[in-house]
Design a protein around this ligand. Structure first.
Ligand SMILES: Cc1cc2nc3c(=O)[nH]c(=O)nc-3n(C[C@H](O)[C@H](O)[C@H](O)COP(=O)(O)OP(=O)(O)OC[C@H]3O[C@@H](n4cnc5c(N)ncnc54)[C@H](O)[C@@H]3O)c2cc1C
Length: 388
């Protein structure tokens, strides 16, 4: 047993002994489910790209399983979702997904382009400024940059609609507790918010798959008694990221639509014109921009008053991009990502058959959107073996 687990979950033995991995009240059975697999209910906690990968894998490999995705947000997408205050659209997290050969996310997004969930952003106007001279802009060469239509939220929506059409998604549903029962099923307690009301709803599951950031996973796993998985998640650290979303009343007329910035850019790391993404040009000429602060600047300003952070980032934005103070803004807000990019992601997602419990997400793979999705595909495939 130990050698089998070591091969499939190479990092586990360093962190937990076999005895602590055993669920407290379950039998020692660690193989597939004894009940009818057509009746198996898989609950996926989280609704970002990792969850989309899980659902897509299960749809192909365990088509008889019933899959429910519970997401705390008002829409799916997580860090690949968008803000849409008033009539504006901002991708405040993921900016674009680089299409790469042999990449599962690239392959699975391809049909989304035909179905109008995604499109390519003009790569000749996205690149880097090497100095604060705006003429130092160099475009990315021969990259295909995928973005959502009409916003990046459409990416996860499109992946689910295309590759996991039978999965049920429940939004505004935060999982607050997982309890392993004596009969080896799970009781999932969900806090639901709707129209200003909050209530709690218990749900049954045969298998639970967590696709939430590591910090969120730790508490759920510890409360469930799955210390061995909680310890893995607790070890993962993330950078923070402060984002500025700002709508200008008119075009800024810049010679690029997105650029990484040089170190002297007053704490800013990236600026992007979301109105230049396909299908988002505005008839009134207004432009929606997103700026991301560097991890260092974000660390220092984390937790500060959002209006002060927003004002400071807007000052930096205007100074770096030479935007005249008379160029007025119609919307301006700072947003903090407390867990932006994992610094020390572990090697792979984990599925523990004895617990019928698994974890995926960027923190089990790497810092990019494609890593998160791949981790979900892998976890879905491990869970499907268990459901066979
Ligand atoms: C500022 C920023 C910019 C980025 N830019 C890029 C980029 O340009 N290109 C790129 O490839 N990658 C980028 N990334 C990385 C990319 O966003 C992530 O790798 C990816 O979105 C992570 O997906 P995930 O599914 O692992 O997690 P998430 O997207 O965080 O999804 C987790 C989901 O879990 C939900 N959740 C949390 N707790 C609970 C709970 N208890 N119950 C129910 N639901 C819960 C959340 O609501 C969320 O929807 C960026 C990230 C950030 C923060």
């Amino acid at each position: 047993m130990e050698s089998l687990l070591s091969r499939r979950f190479p990092f586990l033995p360093r962190l937990a002994s076999a005895s602590t991995r055993r669920p407290p009240r379950a039998s020692s059975r660690s193989g597939g489910l004894s009940r009818d697999p057509s009746g198996s209910h898989v609950v996926v906690v989280g609704g970002g790209l990792a969850a989309a990968g899980i659902a897509s894998s299960l749809s192909r490999l365990a088509p008889n399983a019933t899959v429910t995705i519970l997401d705390a947000g008002r829409t799916v997408g997580g860090r690949t979702a968008s803000l849409t205050p008033r009539e504006f659209t901002f991708d405040h997290g993921t900016q674009y997904i680089s299409a790469k050969p042999n990449c599962p996310l690239t392959n699975d997004i391809a049909p989304l382009v035909d179905a109008n969930f995604a499109d390519y952003w003009d790569d000749t106007r996205v690149g880097a400024l090497s100095t604060l001279d705006l003429d130092s802009f160099t475009p990315l060469q021969n990259k295909q940059l995928l973005v959502g239509v009409p916003s990046n939220t459409a990416i996860v929506h499109g992946l689910l609609a295309t590759h996991a059409p039978h999965a049920t998604v429940e939004n505004s549903s935060t999982v607050v507790e997982l309890v392993r029962r004596d009969d080896e099923t799970w009781r999932v307690l969900v806090r639901v918010r709707e129209g200003g009301h909050v209530w709690y709803r218990p749900m049954n599951a045969d298998v639970v798959l967590l696709a939430v950031p590591a910090g969120r996973a730790v508490k759920l796993l510890r409360d469930a008694g799955a210390e061995h998985l909680a310890d893995v998640a607790a070890n993962v650290k993330y950078t923070k990221s402060l984002a500025l979303v700002v709508a200008f009343d008119q075009t800024l007329g810049l010679n690029f639509n997105g650029a990484t910035l040089p170190p002297e850019a007053r704490g800013l790391a990236w600026v992007g014109n979301d109105s230049s993404k396909p299908g988002r040009t505005r008839a009134d000429g207004a432009e929606c921009w997103v700026a991301h602060a560097t991890p260092e600047w974000s660390d220092v300003h984390s937790g500060a008053d959002p209006s002060e952070v927003g004002a400071e980032m807007l000052d930096a934005f205007r100074a770096v991009l030479r935007i005249h103070s008379e160029m007025s803004t119609a919307h301006c807000r700072a947003f903090e990502w407390g867990a932006a990019f994992p610094i020390n992601a572990v090697d792979s997602p984990t599925f523990d058959a004895a617990w019928a419990l698994g974890v995926a997400g960027d923190w089990t793979a790497g810092p990019r959107a494609a890593d998160a999705y791949r981790s979900g595909l892998q976890l879905g495939s491990l869970a499907a073996e268990h459901l066979e």
